[in-house]
Write a protein that binds this ligand. Structure first.
Ligand SMILES: *Cc1c(COP(=O)(O)O)cnc(C)c1O
Length: 401
């Protein structure tokens, strides 16, 4: 990647292999590949295409716009939109053959009317709130909801029913939610309604509670190799790279970065990397400098110990680990590379560990798939036409304003 200074490297073969491993693990259960939030920063279109090719049955997105983008990119698999839509967006759901999540009658009605106008049926999934407190209807109202939809909104076909776990890492909390969900779906079956797709599990629950797989699991983090549980041979799908663009030697006692939060403790070789918090590197309090900073740093270590906070102040160069020093800037950070001695050059590749979902949309994505490499530069160009409209192009997407 000679021309790039910072980029996200996505190995679609690893993704594909992860999906095959997950599919082996879940057996007959269907798999929904979650590609919300630009596929957790990996790039929604290549990831969705690879997921389908690798055997995922469903695609899951948060918003309508993501679903539309996938349809415009030629994806034909069923796409479930997790967030509830506004009634006026019903038309778009139908037009792009998306599957809406519903938890209110006004949305059902809007979907019913839009579908009737086109003389088709639209599939929906009902969301049940078993303890998350976000989308969904409460369990005690669900059976009635199903009955009303079945009797009054014939253009709407209930294909699925699902719930979302708030704390999949806790067996007690998750069992409680699952039992509520089971009790609702059982009542629905006993009342003579057949809803073919019941689903509850996210990544952690998929691994930890196979008995909760039901008809489908919804997998995000696990697919990208970002899930800390299980002993499946799942690997990380993406790596983040930048390059050293400047090197200099500083004496002992010299400040590094904004706010004078870091002082060199020895003669230090500093490498500057064009990657900052705009790009997705977390803006953290740097190494302690004084009592208050010491206290903050201590607290941070405690939080790290509990897995609440994250350690992404380390980078890898030539297979070795180095510390980011000083405050992370908007588009730059500094690394102490003193230990590399003279074995270091401008242009050297640096691997950063940062949350993939926080990666800047504009960072180029480099995809590897079966010996082929393709680059999505995601450059933005704005073109004005005569009518004072502008065409705003972002990578392969196009917006007209
Ligand atoms: C994000 C999301 C998932 C996937 O969660 P992971 O922990 O990444 O597997 C599943 N279901 C819903 C409704 C979600 O919003």
């Amino acid at each position: 990647m000679e021309n790039l200074t910072s980029w996200v490297d996505v190995d679609l073969d690893v993704l594909s292999n992860n999906i095959k491993i997950i599919k082996d693990f879940i057996g007959e259960t269907k798999m929904l590949a979650v590609v919300k939030a630009d596929a957790y920063g990996h790039g929604i279109v290549p990831v969705a295409l690879t997921a389908i090719e690798s055997g995922a049955d469903f695609i899951g997105v948060s918003g309508l716009d993501e679903g539309i983008l996938l349809r415009k990119s030629g994806i034909e698999a069923p796409i479930l939109v997790f967030n509830t839509i506004l009634p006026e967006q019903a038309e778009k759901i139908i037009q792009f053959d998306l599957t809406a999540t519903v938890c209110s009658l006004d949305v059902v009605q809007a979907l019913h009317e839009a579908a009737k106008r086109l003389n088709i049926k639209t599939r929906i999934h009902i969301k049940v709130d078993t303890g998350f407190g976000r989308f969904g209807i409460l369990p005690e109202h669900t059976l009635k909801f199903v009955k009303i939809i079945n009797s009054d909104f014939r253009a709407v076909d209930i294909e699925g029913i699902y719930t979302h776990f708030s704390t999949a890492s806790s067996a007690a909390i998750t069992r409680n939610q699952f039992e509520k969900f089971q009790s609702v779906t059982n009542k629905i079956r006993e009342s003579g309604f057949n809803i073919p797709l019941r689903h509850a599990c996210n990544s952690i629950a998929t691994i930890k509670y196979p008995e909760m797989h039901l008809d489908m699991v919804r997998v995000g983090n696990l697919m990208y190799g970002l899930c800390p549980v299980g002993n499946l041979n799942i690997k990380k799908t993406a790596k983040v790279f930048s390059r050293i663009i400047f090197i200099k030697k500083l004496p002992r006692g010299h400040n590094v970065g904004y706010g004078n939060k870091y002082t060199t403790k020895r003669p230090t070789t500093v490498a500057v990397i064009p990657f900052g918090y705009y790009d997705g590197l977390e803006l953290l309090v740097p190494q302690p400098n004084g009592v208050l900073d010491g206290l903050k740093s201590f607290l941070k270590q405690v939080l790290l110990g509990f897995g609440i906070s994250r350690q992404d102040r380390k980078v890898r160069i030539k297979g070795r680990t180095f510390n980011i020093i000083g405050k992370i800037g908007m588009q730059n950070c500094m690394v102490d590379v003193t230990d590399l001695k003279d074995d270091i050059f401008i242009g050297e590749q640096v691997e950063l560990s940062t949350r993939k979902v926080n990666l800047c949309y504009n960072l180029p994505r480099v995809y590897h798939r079966e010996d082929e490499i393709f680059v999505d530069l995601r450059q933005r160009t704005v073109k004005f036409d005569t009518g004072n409209h502008y065409h705003y192009e972002r990578g392969s997407e196009q917006f007209i304003g």
